[in-house]
Design a protein around this ligand. Structure first.
Ligand SMILES: C[S@@+](CC[C@H](N)C(=O)[O-])C[C@H]1O[C@@H](n2cnc3c(N)ncnc32)[C@H](O)[C@@H]1O
Length: 291
């Protein structure tokens, strides 16, 4: 069961009010949307967007009220969705980046390096239109692999891992095989046992296949097409690559007088929240209001 991260802090900053229109660009299991829907009430509206169609199917079952609308789409397409759907610009936009714990736990999408026995298919994609991991591995060169693992995973053993994956390509049939191959490529003392050896490589491949950083940059570039003046944007990121992009886009727009930053420093989870929900450990929340 997915537990929403920084829920109170998100609601405080996004500040959804009775009658407002809010977009949850990464609705997932609806943890944040549930609270937002309560705040906007019957006279308001929430657009629940998720790229993974299974999430949208589940959300439709739970949120059947007239004040919820659903989009199975990439949040990078929001400007087009608003125009084509004749929707107004929003009073608020939330992005809670990455994947949910439900997608990790046996969703069949291959996001987890701890999959059920037998592993999961080599997909790692939210939507069905993206190139899958299996397709990518078939065409990838050694240097492409090493570059992706180093750049998006910030993995110091990127070359060794890429070599292992490249040389055993044809024997890697599922995520269990992939995690095992990665384990053979790193020293036994990897991260002093604090991190699973496949963590960074899986993160890198997922970011690459779903173009996660490009999607984030694209939505940050088009905030004015999505949010009305005075509207708020709140973004939760889970690794430094994403947080850096959010921070510098907010700073640049603030310098141009386009938005006001509401979080001087990123907001992080309390010790108590991290104790109850370890996923919150690396979460960073930044928010801004459009001018
Ligand atoms: C961390 S979860 C969100 C959890 C949600 N806030 C909750 O409390 O239940 C991130 C969600 O974003 C979705 N996602 C990832 N990239 C996306 C994108 N580019 N566009 C739309 N949804 C995306 C994933 O499928 C996942 O369901």
């Amino acid at each position: 069961m997915h537990v929403p991260v920084l829920l109170k802090e998100v609601i405080d900053l996004l500040d959804p009010k009775e009658g407002e229109f809010i977009i949850d660009g990464t609705a997932g299991a609806g943890g944040h949307s549930r609270e937002i829907l309560k705040k906007v009430g019957e006279s308001g509206k929430v657009a629940l967007v998720d790229w993974d169609k299974r999430n949208i199917e589940n959300l439709k079952k739970e949120f059947s009220g007239a004040n919820a609308i659903f989009f199975n789409a990439n949040y990078a397409e929001l400007p087009g969705l608003i125009k084509d759907g004749n929707l107004p610009k929003a009073d608020g936009l939330l992005l809670d980046l990455g994947f949910s714990s439900d997608q990790l736990a046996g969703s069949g999408r291959g996001f987890s390096f701890n999959p059920p026995a037998g592993g999961e298919p080599l997909l790692m994609t939210y939507g069905d239109e993206s190139e899958t991991l299996e397709e990518f591995l078939r065409r990838a060169t050694f240097s492409e692999l090493a570059d992706i693992i180093s750049r998006y995973g910030e993995e110091r053993y990127a070359r060794r891992i890429a070599e292992a994956i490249f040389s055993k390509k044809s024997a890697i049939r599922n995520t269990e095989d992939l995690a095992a191959v990665i384990r053979t490529a790193v020293p036994k003392s990897y991260e002093r046992g604090r991190l699973h050896p496949a963590t960074r490589t899986f993160q890198a491949l997922r970011i690459y296949l779903n173009k996660e950083l490009d999607n984030l940059k694209s939505v940050l570039d088009s905030l004015e097409e999505i949010i009305k003046p005075g509207g708020r944007v709140a973004i939760i990121s889970f690794h430094s690559l994403e947080d850096r992009i959010v921070k510098s886009a907010f700073n640049e727009s603030a310098k141009k007088g386009r938005l006001k930053i509401l979080t001087k420093k990123p907001i992080t989870a309390s010790l108590e929240e991290v104790r109850n929900n370890p996923r919150a450990r690396s979460a960073k929340l930044r928010a801004a209001a459009l001018i």
